[in-house]
Ligand binder design. Structure first.
Ligand SMILES: NC(=O)C1=CN([C@@H]2O[C@H](COP(=O)(O)OP(=O)(O)OC[C@H]3O[C@@H](n4cnc5c(N)ncnc54)[C@H](OP(=O)(O)O)[C@@H]3O)[C@@H](O)[C@H]2O)C=CC1
Ligand SMILES: O=C(O)C1=N[C@H](C(=O)O)C[C@H](O)C1
Length: 274
């Protein structure tokens, strides 16, 4: 059997995007996978182009298409960093094709999350606001710190991203907030304070604050500050390159290939779940 026949065929959706192009390069560079398709939305200028050339590689023989279902039917997995509405639609198609769906898209609503849970009855979905090893390890440290320090330490989460980002707080900031809330044994929905402006009054004890900065080409920076009386603990991550997310996504697809249908996180993939 040829190497290609044994390797996992992956479709990159949103192929022309910042992450889409990075994913095509990661699939090309990593063992055990090959590019089985590339999708962009109908009307996109990228439809009809060669996916390898689009990503700055040589010709790949894979043409960007706007018709996902027949391509999903011939593949084993989908790498999806697009938009919430697109990812919900791709989850339905991945469920129909009974394949792996790796979702990195952020900014999803509770209704979107319910759609992913429904699709995960048939698809193997790995979904995370951050696919890097470093951030997932950071989330474990944040949970432990929140548990150890108790609620007289105030928790504040700050993030900075490039000027093109459309959602706030970032998926990573929310993931770190969930970890902190879990460590404290509270619900993030009840504890979170999203931004402050004007005469806010003093800080309410037990809350978890979020602040979002946007500018330039910053790939992604996150810091969780535990502020106590007379001292502070800061846990932080800085992404220098989008390839860390793309490599994580390919790893997630390979991991999920042999799993049962279900909704998994990057902590499951990395063996960091408790
Ligand atoms: N979890 C993680 O580790 C990471 C998550 N992300 C998240 O990934 C997402 C994408 O980020 P980024 O690459 O910077 O964004 P981009 O805007 O650069 O890329 C998104 C791409 O998806 C395309 N797209 C949108 N709708 C569809 C559709 N229905 N069918 C096919 N393609 C579609 C867009 O096309 P068009 O421009 O024509 O609309 C665009 O090419 C964001 O939610 C971001 O937060 C990013 C990095 C890491
Ligand atoms: O939009 C981005 O770029 C990123 N989005 C993710 C997020 O919302 O946390 C992950 C990473 O920080 C880059």
């Amino acid at each position: 059997m040829s190497d290609r026949a044994q390797s996992m065929g992956l479709v990159v959706v949103g192929a022309g995007g910042r992450m889409g192009r990075t994913l095509i390069r990661a699939v090309d560079a990593m063992d055990g996978v090959h590019l089985a398709g590339a999708i962009e939305r109908e009307g996109s200028e990228h439809v009809g182009r060669d996916a390898g050339l689009l990503a700055g590689l040589g010709e790949s023989g894979v043409t960007v298409s706007d018709d996902p279902l027949p391509i999903f039917a011939e593949a084993q997995g989908v790498l999806d960093f697009t938009s919430p509405a697109a990812s919900v639609e791709f989850a339905g198609l991945a469920a129909q094709a009974r394949i792996v769906h790796v979702v990195g898209t952020t900014g999803c609503s509770e209704e979107d999350e319910a759609a992913f849970r429904a699709a995960a009855r048939h698809a193997r979905i790995v979904k995370s606001g951050n696919m890097s090893l470093g951030v997932n390890l950071l989330s474990v440290l944040v949970r432990k710190a929140a548990e150890a320090l108790g609620d007289d330490w105030d928790i504040e989460i700050a993030e900075m991203h490039h000027r093109h980002k459309v959602d706030a707080p970032s998926g990573t900031a929310l993931l770190l907030g969930e970890a902190a809330a879990e460590g404290r044994g509270v619900s993030l929905d009840a504890a979170s304070v999203r931004g402050r402006d004007g005469h806010t009054g003093t800080r309410e004890a037990g809350t978890i604050g979020f602040a979002a900065l946007r500018g330039g080409s910053v790939v992604g920076e996150h810091a969780v500050t535990f502020a106590g009386e007379g001292e502070r603990v800061e846990l932080a991550h800085k992404a220098d390159d989008r390839s860390i997310f793309a490599r994580g996504a390919v790893k997630a697809a390979l991991w999920a290939h042999t799993r049962k249908p279900g909704l998994y996180s990057m902590l499951d993939v990395l063996g960091l779940a408790e």
